[in-house]
Each structure stands twice: as C-alpha cells, then as structure tokens.
Design a binder for this molecule. Structure first.
Ligand SMILES: [Zn+2]
Length: 59
C-alpha cells in the first residue's frame, strides 16, 4: 500500500469511518474509492481513474 503524502492528507477531506466515506461515494458524480490514510488513520477518497481521462458521455 502506498504512503499518503502529508500534503495530500492535509488538503483532503477526512472521514471518520469507511462507511461514512462510502456514503459520500454513493452520492458522488464520479467514481471514487475510499482508502485508509496512514498519516491520520482516517479515510480519504481517491479517484479510481488515475492517470486516465474520464470518458466523454456518448451522444
Ligand atoms: Zn490522512
């Protein structure tokens, strides 16, 4: 598991539990994935489409 940079941790929103993070994912317009941060021990959300452009909607 990769380490979370402190600067990333500091600017990301923190969630106290994975359930809380998943609730946000469920309501998000883009695909996100909760992960536990080894800096603060809480949860952040990360985009699953790392390095990839999000596909344009068809039509
Ligand atoms: Zn953190």
């Amino acid at each position: 598991m990769k380490h979370t940079r402190l600067s990333v941790c500091a600017r990301k929103r923190r969630y106290g539990s994975e359930e809380e993070a998943r609730a946000v994912v469920a309501g998000a317009a883009i695909v996100l994935r909760p992960y536990r941060c080894d800096r603060c021990g809480l949860f952040h959300l990360t985009s699953r489409t790392k390095g990839k452009r999000i596909a344009r909607p068809v039509g």
